[in-house]
Design a protein around this ligand. Sequence first.
Ligand SMILES: Nc1ncnc2c1ncn2[C@@H]1O[C@H](COP(=O)(O)OP(=O)(O)OP(=O)(O)O)[C@@H](O)[C@H]1O
Ligand SMILES: [Mg+2]
Length: 434
Amino acid sequence: MNEKATDPTNIPDNGDQFEALFTNATIGIIVTNQKGAIVNFNKHAESQFVYTKEEVIGSTVDILVPSHSHSHHHKLREDYYHHPGPRRMGEGRDLYGRRKNGTEFPVEVSLCTYRIHHEMFVIAFVIDITVRKKSESLVLEQKAELEKITAQIKKLNIELEQKVEYRTKMLRETLTELEKSKEELSASLEKEKELNELKSRFVTTASHEFRTPLSTILSSSFLLEKYNDLNEPAKREKHIHRIKNAVADMKSILEDFLSLGKLEEGLIRINVEQVNSDELFYEIQNIVSEMESLAKKGQHISFTHSGEDSIHIDPLLFKNIMINLISNAIKFSPENEVIEIDCKINTEKLEVSVKDKGIGISEEDQQHLFQRFFRAKNAVNIQGTGLGLHIVAKYLELMHGHIEIKSILNEGTVFTFTIPQQKSINKNEEDFSY
Ligand SMILES: Nc1ncnc2c1ncn2[C@@H]1O[C@H](COP(=O)(O)OP(=O)(O)OP(=O)(O)O)[C@@H](O)[C@H]1O
Ligand SMILES: [Mg+2]
């Protein structure tokens, strides 16, 4: 234990102690009188302002303040004398001290007063805050730099997000397109497959259906040869008729197939024309006469019509529809029966019905009549490919028409089709393909 230090007899008197405190304080201490003249200046203040005590004693404190702050400093000093007390100086703003060589340095100053014999003295405690300021401004600089970098990162991030969004969008579009072309490809492959199936099915059906007319042609040709020698014109006539019918059958099978192929590939061209009632009835009468020559023994085709107007139709498609329906009526009804054709025309539509007293069609089979290759159960032993009605329905669709059926098994069948007046069809639309 240091006995000297604790021995109260060794402690210097108060004056010495305060002198030592004043001299050795690690803070600048400046004492001024009421006029602002420096009356004391400690060692640390000497090193801060690079003045010796002797140089500043008696001078106004202004020599330690930057000249640009003088007027402000005077005012503050005056205020302080009126309201003295301990306080920090320059609250909220930066304060600077001025060295002897004119350079400035940042300071923090606390003030307090004391009085001796009515005279007031002000003590200023001065701390050089150069290092703190430097580190503060360094922090500020770093903060600003950080903010700049953060802003750049944010910007980059936004750009990146936009790029990602754009790429994702592009990718999605590409995927959609890919999906679409995949679907298109598989749809066209499906169509191709369907067409191939259709063709091979037709070849099978046609080969089968060709057999009957071909053997008819063959046998009738043999017999023709024979009757030619025997000079029997009636029998020859009969066989020529049979050959003609057989050839017509084969021709119609081929025509059906060609029509179907074109329909499936969307190659049927529709040529709508304005046809007036007289022309139309005349055309139907011609078809009836043509078909009657192919009818069975004793079958008769009656034709009635009513109304007067003109209608927009494709005459070729119309003729084909009529031939299909009449040939069905002939084929599926017995000898000596009447087939009735009725045609009505008015401002709204054309309506044609083909009625026979033939084998009829069951209700169940009626549901599938217009499907390709469909043949009713009671028709399996009667020649046919099952394409006629499908083509009829497609042709009517092209002319915006439709077809209905009424049939009772073993009693007969009525097919009625209508084609609406298409006043809206103008010249430009008359020729288009589906
Ligand atoms: N008037 C009818 N009377 C009874 N059945 C009919 C009649 N018309 C059509 N059918 C039935 O509808 C089926 C389909 O008719 P569709 O005209 O399409 O074929 P098809 O006459 O058998 O052959 P194709 O016309 O191709 O030579 C026929 O097979 C038949 O069963
Ligand atoms: Mg038919």
